[in-house]
Design a protein around this ligand. Structure first.
Ligand SMILES: Nc1ncnc2c1ncn2[C@@H]1O[C@H](COP(=O)(O)OP(=O)(O)OP(=O)(O)O)[C@@H](O)[C@H]1O
Length: 528
């Protein structure tokens, strides 16, 4: 872009932003915003979807084309299934991800959501860009999606301009919402909620864990019951909490009940409540957990242990959407989402007549199966380092280093207790190590120490250098030295103290070599 052109461009952007800031009505704001986006992007169509202030329903608020902006007077609300069926909108909304694809790549559901039938006919090819709408404030969640359809892809240099327009428009929308009494209450709640981490606090880079994270993002904005299955310690409760904390019911009640830990009659009164006088000791009305969670979520852990009689009662509640406390003649309507979890194989329990298959289908509307740690043992090292860092943060000490031998043992062990066992193992080793700075196999329990320390993970071996005949001795040694440094920088995430210790180098000697190869520790620190 020439200097004169760049100046004209930034002047017109500045005046567009000014104009946006001056808008005082919702209609004026949407019109000016979408028009400006059309001008910058040369789009054929731009569609704006906003979540209701309660964060539960996504609404197509306005659409624009080069001839003008159309504010939806009777805005269609996208049902859960509409925008869940296609990952693109859900992903953009829940993970703050910019998504770009060819029109021909989007499935029928997304086409139907984004465009009316007549438009669909003309939009045969082109590019669709979905931009999440959120302010720069880390505490704010995404409040909508802007979908931009073009015949040609938008120039990369124009995307920041569109994002700047979005930011200003969004802050105006938030301002207008905050002015309305009902919305202001909601935003107070939102500002108090912690930021949503993009990995939902679920550590792991194996395909199986990535799949779990994807499932969580799909589950967030659908109003379906969820069944989380997996062996003990695989993170079922962690997943349930992630869905609750990031999903559309996050500002509502979250009640947890373990179905295995209490006797049947107590579980019954705890869940369904009771009327005063229903049994000896029932001195006053008790609403029960299901009613207490109205509009929110109930997490039923160890659902496989729920007695059959209570299963029947729970099924009735889910079907009728109302609950009748023990000893009461009155039923109370409830709107709850159930997240159930179990380490048991429910299909086996169904075959044995110990679990109702009709309840199973009600609960498993959206199943999430968690992998055991053995099936993804490369994550063990990642998780161990995660727990080491968490421990260091909690105790305000530098993070310890996991020696290569200790890593190999983690990679060889089968972890019947899964992530919980790994966490306990690491915590115990850290305590015994008394801040020595390193975790070695001797700090593990005796039966682990004696495991063959064979590293199955190829990425943890230092590959032997191919010998290139013709290259000078110095060049080949330099190559190897550089490779060695980058291997350990990557392994210890740029922690120079750890790298120096692992290579038995003095700090000065490591500094010298880093400079020699132009290596910067910070380039590895962000990759944790
Ligand atoms: N992928 C993960 N990333 C980080 N921490 C994890 C992960 N999976 C599990 N954990 C941690 O492991 C411990 C056990 O997890 P959790 O209690 O959720 O397992 P669970 O499957 O519900 O176990 P149980 O069936 O025995 O009740 C918790 O401290 C949890 O935070």
């Amino acid at each position: 872009m020439s200097t004169a052109h760049a100046q004209a461009h930034s002047q017109s952007l500045a005046s567009a932003l000014d104009m946006l800031k001056q808008q005082t009505s919702h209609t004026g704001l949407l019109t000016y915003w979408l028009n400006s986006v059309i001008q910058v992007s040369k789009a054929v169509s731009v569609q704006c979807f906003l979540l209701k202030p309660e964060g539960t329903e996504l609404i197509k608020t306005a659409k624009a084309n080069p001839d003008g902006v159309d504010i939806e007077t009777n805005p269609p609300t996208l049902s859960d299934t509409d925008y869940d069926a296609d990952n693109a909108l859900t992903l953009c909304l829940t993970e703050r991800k910019r998504i770009q694809m060819r029109y021909s790549q989007c499935n029928g559901t997304l086409r139907h959501i984004l465009f009316s039938p007549s438009e669909r006919y003309t939009l045969k090819e082109g590019s669709i860009l979905l931009l999440p709408l959120h302010t720069q404030d880390e505490n704010s969640s995404v409040i909508g999606v802007l979908a931009i359809y073009q015949v040609e892809e938008m120039a990369n240099s124009d995307i920041p301009t569109v994002q700047r327009l979005n930011e200003v428009a969004l802050s105006k929308i938030l301002q207008m919402r905050a002015l309305s009494k009902a919305a202001s209450a909601h935003f107070k709640i939102q500002q108090q909620s912690p930021p949503i981490p993009s990995d939902y606090g679920i550590v792991g880079e194996s395909d199986a864990v990535k799949q779990v994270r994807l499932k969580i993002s799909q589950a967030l904005h659908i109003n379906r019951n969820i069944l989380v299955t997996g062996e003990t310690g695989t993170g079922k409760e962690l997943v349930a909490k992630a869905i609750q904390q990031s999903g559309s019911r996050r500002t509502q009640a979250f009640c947890i009940q373990n179905c295995a830990s209490i006797p049947e009659h107590l579980l019954e009164s705890e869940l369904f409540g009771y009327h005063k006088g229903a049994f000896t000791g029932a001195n006053k009305d008790y609403p029960g957990l299901l009613r207490a969670a109205d509009k929110g979520t109930v997490f039923l852990d160890e659902i496989g242990d729920m007695p059959l009689q209570l299963q029947a009662k729970l099924l009735r509640v889910l079907e009728d959407k109302q609950v009748r406390p023990l000893g009461s003649t009155q039923s109370y309507p409830i709107d709850i989402r159930i997240i159930a979890a179990t380490h048991q194989h429910l299909d086996k329990l169904i075959n044995e007549g110990k679990f109702r298959h009709d309840l199973y289908y009600r609960l498993a509307q959206f199943p999430i199966a968690l992998p055991n740690l053995k099936a993804r043992n490369r994550d063990a090292v990642l998780l161990a380092n995660y727990f080491i860092h968490a421990y260091a943060e909690e105790h305000q000490t530098p993070p310890a280093i996991l020696t290569e031998e200790a890593e190999c043992i983690l990679l060889s062990y089968s972890f019947p207790g899964n992530v919980r066992e790994l966490k306990n193992l690491v915590d115990r080793a850290l305590i015994i190590s008394q801040n020595s700075g390193a975790i070695t196999p001797e700090l593990f329990a005796y039966d682990l120490q004696n495991l063959p320390a064979s590293c199955e993970d190829e990425s943890h071996r230092t590959a032997s250098q191919p010998i290139k005949e013709g290259n000078s001795f110095t060049a080949q040694v330099d190559d190897f030295e550089r490779q060695l440094l980058t291997h350990f920088l990557s392994k210890y995430h740029g922690n120079l103290r750890a790298v120096a210790q692992a290579l038995k180098l003095s700090k000065g000697s490591l500094d010298y070599r880093m400079r020699k190869f132009n290596l910067l520790a910070k380039d590895w620190r962000d990759r944790v």
